[in-house]
Design a binder for this molecule. Sequence first.
Ligand code: SF4
Length: 305
Amino acid sequence: MEEKPYRDLNGYYRSLFGCKIAKIALDGGFTCPNRDGTCGTRGCLFCSAGGSGDFAENAALSIAQQIEKGRAQTAKKWADVKYIAYFQAFTNTYAPVAVLRQKFEEALAQPEIVGLSIATRADCLPQDVIDLLKELSQKTKIWVEIGFQTANEQTAKIIRRGYDNAVFADAVQRLHQAGISVIVHTILGLPGETKEDVLHTMRYLNDLPIEGVKLQLLHVLENTDLAQWYRMGKYEPLDLQTYVDWVCACISVLREDIVIHRLTGDGDRKTLLAPTWSLSKRYVWNTLHKQMRTQNIRQGQNAKK
Ligand code: SF4
């Protein structure tokens, strides 16, 4: 298999578990402080009705049923596979600890689940929740995925992120002290952001004890405020070549130990308005890697490990 100039996810999972790992996206029935009125009611500028969990299983099913369904679908693709239960939709630490414990333990009790990945906000990680995650991490691998998007405070206000960088940095430090791996979600193509803004975010993350980063393209989805901006001509999505250029620059700037969990976004085909070029995932992937080879980005990265 072709060597990649960054620490890639499949290789990382294989080094931990020795087999193919698939993530099963779950909807634990949570909400979000950016939607229930605590921080706001309209959500982040780009957030879909599904709370950025458009590929998650159905919340009407129990966690065990969702995992069973996800396993049945995935097992058709790979013979030797184990699973991470990915609590994806909305804010998955936004509930009393007893409720979180019940959901997380239900997931861990299912066959072939080797870890939990929990998507949340930096302002929804009080110490009692971190203590619960620390306790669970004695039995299994736990990742917390934080939707940070940008280190540019001005952009954070525009997209209505709802907390400032200091809250994020504090949450990352407390998770790290508890021995929990942190994955940070970032978005390329946020309104008004330049390549320098994006690289500033990468450099900011380099100074924090994080394990992984997701680089995601901003998608314009139906029924979001961003969709209105797009229709009014107030927002223009990135074109493919700019996206490829920015991703390559991010890889060059990020610390070499950081695992790259994602290089594109996963827009829901049914609701994606723009950019439609992102639907050709294979083409985008190939274009990205061709550009990395052309630019000789971090040649021999994996060989060094
Ligand atoms: S924090 Fe996440 S779930 Fe909440 S509104 Fe923003 S993107 Fe949506």
